[in-house]
Write a new protein. Structure first.
Length: 451
């Protein structure tokens, strides 16, 4: 933002949509290595996953073929009903959390109690593909790939959850496990108020030893997420003293609202740009004599004249950070800048914390190390931490700060999620299901031996 004229024009740029992930690397096979599972139960889990792969693929196809765009409430509920029946059959106590309070379909919550530490598994039922999207059906592209709406984001992850649990049951390991599963119906377009929309998820984190999100991550099975940047937003409102433009900067007129907003934005850039993992982007700016902003839609209208000092300016932007501390510091700097307006102007800023950051904690690293060990023991190669620059906000972020360990991005591998080319690598379905099941098994044993 360099000149007031730019601000005066209606400048509407859509704020970035919260994306679960944007895969930008081709899927590659982990290097094969000799398997070294630890006990007969782990080997039984591995066999059980292989024995049910055809069923897992059929469930994936069935789920993908039900449209569950976030605002298609009937479809979201239908996907929830299919998964609920699967979890009922596994002995879980399931319930549907109605979404009327937050303007969405609702969420599926499933629980079972055993003697092991409580583990929270996170899926979601909705996709970005509404019924109006041309992308509606599961389409087999080859022996090893299939395309479809939500196939990796994240119906594939939901199938991995269900089939990991089936394998654990077949191996006799599920009985002692304590598990809560939350599959939200509005991950892609969260309901409001957010406190109501995420209440079930946050409650489920209470007392959990670990939270695991089965998003597709960056699509590469060699990485998982121990950190995700949060996505907050802000609105800056500046005012000026309207007067004939010939009097601008006079002692009794001042600089006007647009110069004031420009001052604030440029100071944000000067003070905050370039910090690791911190970004902030003014995406919509309106300024003139009169401004109308439809904030939820990120659009508005403005009128003004070149010969009148601007009376109002409004700017909407986002603010992405890697930790709650970084978010708090950035907000403090922004407030400090806003608090020093130019003469005869005012500025005020409001923040909406949106999706919180998932910070890269030692606990998260420990959980990744366990997952990495499972992958190596299965002969599936190492798993390393994904670069948080690539990871958008996701539901795991709401609970990451509430549990000792959190991990995300362990869902089905593939590419091009949120596009009509969303494609799954079907070869990875059994591999990733084994990884998940054995990770859960080892976590459930943590009271009996060191992790
Ligand atoms: Zn997702």
């Amino acid at each position: 933002m360099t000149t007031p004229l730019r601000l005066r024009a209606i400048a509407l740029f859509a704020l970035p949509v919260l994306a679960c992930a944007v895969p930008d690397v081709p899927v590659q096979r982990p290097a094969p290595a000799p398997a070294a599972l630890r006990d007969a139960t782990e080997r039984a889990i591995e066999r059980a996953v292989d024995g049910r792969n055809t069923d897992a693929l059929a469930l994936l196809e069935r789920l993908v073929n039900i449209n569950s765009g976030t605002m298609n409430f009937a479809g979201v509920r239908q996907v929830g009903a299919v998964l609920r029946a699967e979890l009922d059959a596994l002995g879980f106590t399931t319930r549907w959390v109605d979404g009327a309070e937050f303007g969405r379909a609702g969420h599926l919550v499933a629980e079972r109690a055993g003697t092991g530490p409580r583990l929270l598994l996170i899926g979601h039922l909705d996709t970005v593909f509404e019924p109006t999207s041309p992308c509606q059906r599961f389409e087999r592209l080859s022996d090893t790939t299939a395309r479809g709406p939500g196939i990796i984001d994240m119906k594939g992850g939901d199938v991995i959850i269900v089939h990991a649990l089936k394998a654990l049951r077949a191996a006799g390991a599920l009985e002692r496990m304590t598990i809560t599963i939350v599959m939200n119906g509005d991950e892609e377009h969260a309901g409001e108020p957010q406190a109501a929309a995420r209440r079930a998820l946050i409650e489920a984190a209470n007392g959990a030893a670990a939270a695991i999100g089965f998003e597709d991550g960056d699509g590469d099975p060699r990485t998982a997420n121990i950190a995700r940047r949060g996505a907050a937003s802000w609105t800056l409102r500046s005012t000026g003293t309207p007067a004939h433009s010939s009097q601008i900067f006079h002692d009794d007129v001042g600089a006007g609202a647009i110069f004031e907003a420009a001052r604030v934005l440029d100071a944000f850039r000067a003070r905050l740009a370039g910090q690791p993992h911190l970004t902030f982007n003014p995406g919509v700016a309106l300024g003139g004599t009169s401004v109308t902003l439809d904030a939820p839609q990120n659009q508005g209208s403005v009128s003004g004249k070149t010969n009148v000092v601007a009376k109002e300016a409004v700017v909407q932007g986002d603010l992405r950070t890697l930790s709650p501390e970084q978010l708090a510091k950035a907000k403090a700097v922004m407030r400090e800048i806003v608090a020093r307006p130019l003469p005869h102007t005012t500025s005020a800023i409001e923040f909406d914390d949106g999706y919180p950051p998932m910070a890269p904690t030692d606990g998260n690293r420990r959980l990744l190390a366990l997952y990495d060990a499972v992958s190596r023991d299965l002969g599936l190669g190492p798993v390393t931490a994904d670069d948080p620059w690539k990871a958008g906000a996701a539901d795991v972020s709401f609970v990451a700060g509430l549990v000792p360990m959190a991990l995300d991005g362990v869902g089905l591998a593939g590419r091009d999620d949120h596009t009509d080319k969303e494609t799954a690598d079907l070869r990875m379905l059994p591999a990733l299901t084994k990884r998940a099941a054995i990770l859960l098994y080892r976590l459930s044993q943590s009271g009996q031996r060191p992790l």
